[in-house]
Design a protein around this ligand. Sequence first.
Ligand code: ZN
Length: 285
Amino acid sequence: MQPCALIDIGINLAHDSYDRDRVEVIARARAAGIVAMIVTGSTLADSARALALCRQWPGILRATAGVHPHHATGFQAADCARLVELYADPMTVAAGECGLDYYRNYSPPAEQRRAFAWQLGLAAEHGMPLFLHQRQAHADFMAMLREHPALLARAVLHCFTGDAAELEDCLAAGLSIGVTGWICDERRGQALGDAVVRIPDERLMLETDGPYLLPRTLQPKPAHRRNEPMYLPVILEAVAARRGQPPAQVAALTTANAQRFFGFTLSQSSPADDGASLNDIIKIS
Ligand SMILES: [Zn+2]
């Protein structure tokens, strides 16, 4: 049986843990049914690397361009022009990852809010969809987002880890929701599992957030503990089981949502890009 066609909307493929075998990681993803991946940009340099990867694999990769709240401190007003250049690249399909993270506070909260406010303003000005990160900062995060009503229906909160009440807030505001292998973690996935049932079909997307968040239910576990896109079907199974929907149905709806949300078709190919394009795969599956 053919694997379900899936889109990994959050993969940190520019991360150095993939440097030694990125070609194989992409080949394994394809074999597992992954037809497209959105490479997360978390700093200016990282976003540029993500775009370079897109040029190498234009038939399967797209990128986001943004500054993660962990890196907010280094993000200066002068960097905004560079970010806008990255937005303008046709391979860039969203602004982000950006948002607030008060769990780690690697950058002071005030600096996180400053960097987030700048990026919200730039995304609004340039009509970019938003790829968002939020951890333990729900109230501030929602308040800042609501200052940009036009962005709300074009924003996805990636790696949702909140509870049902936070989810209701996000859904009422119009956000889409990205679900990771966090749902496979029996120690902390219970609230997320309850919340995932409430996400409307048209607002749900799937992601690995690799190399982070290796699904805990994976058997056998890889010795290196690194997550990669080939494990997205494990997340699909967990989400489908929770929602009481057939995996093929969840695959079809999340893939359609990701294509619509990020607004791309993957019809280009290049010598370095030897696999079938997204459109080809969708047709045959
Ligand atoms: Zn994140």
